[in-house]
Design a protein around this ligand. Structure first.
Ligand code: PLP
Length: 299
């Protein structure tokens, strides 16, 4: 569903947002797209369980747990940070995933760095038996295939498409279905020098670029300016943004409009990839850091 943003921009520029966050209450936004064909494949392989990786507030962990519950596949989450083991009740994301039936396996931050090594993954077969593996962030060829369903034919009217980037799977799917006259702009939510190469592995067109100036210091890093922006945007438009991905992307697009990056009459489509489940966890961190809170919708 596309929604025109009720803000007046100079030079006849318009912003429209695709509300992928409204696809499903818990399997939100791009994570629904990324899991769809993976779950079908797991079912085809008669897999009874699905194993994946994620951090303490991971949207991917929450979405995988909810999808597992919905489609009747047991889920196992390998979670970064052994210290979280006794603290599930204090963590809204893990509490939610557990309520969906996800089983956790906590590993140290050092061990977690091995998450793509076959030896490390094999240790989980010893512990849990056979499973269908979904990589961290959920990006693989089937995830990209799912994200190729984000854009529809009527979206050809837009000149630019803007999307937040983590591992690059989502933007790859968008690039593959974008029209050649459209420019796809990715806003990385973290510092990762290898991101362009990762996207190039899946992307079949080259009408895209990464804009790396809006990660706010790194993954899940925020400041008072970003929080103020997210709260103002909710007040003005009624649309909630998350602090890790979509908040930074929309901040970046509006900043670039103000800096005359876009041509006259640009019709920009923002992809709302979801991630709103992460707000309550982030608010706990913000409270500790004595930063302002992110407003939750309807409060
Ligand atoms: C995971 C996530 C992304 C990043 O998706 P990638 O396919 O890893 O690039 C963007 N936005 C939100 C809200 C996410 O949860």
């Amino acid at each position: 569903m596309n929604e025109l943003i009720p803000i007046k921009f100079p030079r006849n520029i318009t912003l429209t947002i695709k509300r992928e966050d409204l696809l499903h209450p818990h399997i939100s936004g791009n994570k629904f797209r990324k899991l769809k064909y993976n779950i079908l494949e797991a079912q085809q392989q008669n897999a009874t369980q699905l194993l994946t990786f994620g951090g303490a507030y991971s949207n991917h962990i929450a979405a995988t747990a909810a999808a597992g519950k919905k489609y009747g596949i047991k889920t196992i989450g390998v979670i970064r940070g052994e210290e979280l083991k006794g603290k599930i009740d204090n963590n809204p994301t893990l509490r939610f995933a557990q309520s969906c039936g996800m089983e956790f396996h906590f590993v140290t931050r050092t061990a977690y760095r091995d998450k793509t090594s076959p030896e490390f993954i094999n240790t989980f077969t010893t512990i849990f038996g056979d499973f269908y593996l979904v990589p961290e962030g959920g990006t693989n060829a089937l995830a990209v295939k799912g994200c190729e369903e984000i854009l529809t034919e009527t979206d050809a009217e837009f000149t630019h498409i803007a999307c937040a980037v983590g591992t690059g799977g989502t933007i790859s799917g968008i690039i593959n279905t974008a029209q050649l006259h459209q420019q796809v702009l990715g806003f990385p939510a973290l510092k990762n020098a290898g991101l362009s190469a990762d996207i190039a592995k899946f992307a079949q067109q080259d009408n895209w670029a990464l804009i790396e100036d809006y990660h706010f210091g790194g993954y899940a890093k925020v400041n008072a300016e970003l929080i103020g922006f997210i709260n103002d945007f909710l007040d003005t438009t009624g649309i909630p943004l998350d602090p890790v991905y979509t908040g930074k992307m929309v901040f970046g697009v509006i900043d670039l409009i103000n800096k005359n990056y876009f041509p006259d009459n640009a019709a920009i489509l923002l992809i709302h990839t979801g991630g709103l489940q992460g707000i309550s966890g982030m608010n706990k961190e913000l409270c500790r850091k004595k930063l302002p809170q992110i407003k939750i919708q309807n409060t």
